[in-house]
Design a protein around this ligand. Sequence first.
Ligand SMILES: [Zn+2]
Length: 213
Amino acid sequence: MSDVAPLSDAGSVEIRRSARRRRTVSAYRDGDRIVVLVPARLSKAEERRLVTEMVERVTSREAVLARRGPRASDGALAERSERLSREHLGSLAQPTSVRWVANMEHRWGSCTPADGTIRLSHRLQSMPAWVIDYVLVHELSHLLEPGHGPEFWDLVARYPRTERARGFLEGVAVAAQLPGLSDCVPSPAESSPGSSSPEGPSPDGDSPGGLLF
Ligand SMILES: [Zn+2]
């Protein structure tokens, strides 16, 4: 059984009731409507309350993403890193995933060469595109050279604005008085066990293999 009701500014809402569904409620955007899945056995009042809540959840999530702009999506980041790998690293750096994370306290970016994952601090989102590109090239280069030796910096230097971007990031760190951001760090050899699990409690941020500048 399903109802479609108009929704003032976000299209319409379709309520799908399922007898099999017992407690869980979920909602998602489908074109110009929001579909809310609810258990069939709810009272009218309870259903109305849950539907309102779920619609608000979907629309506020959309508002946050819209404010951040298209550049803030993981998809856009992956495309960008593919382009940078092609232009500067002969497409040799092929990450398995590239995504934004909000829990990175001491790095601008991090890379786990063992599983090919790259993470960027969401704090970079407000910085110029060429700075984000530098951090991406830096992390991509770690897929080819895990440490910070001369071979590594030769790769990074293929990105023409490397020095300028490093200076920019140093300036940001100084201005923000973020001492942890003032140096480039650990090699993957110093990894602690479990540091590569991207969904773990905190590893994203301070997982080794990460770097900056
Ligand atoms: Zn590094």
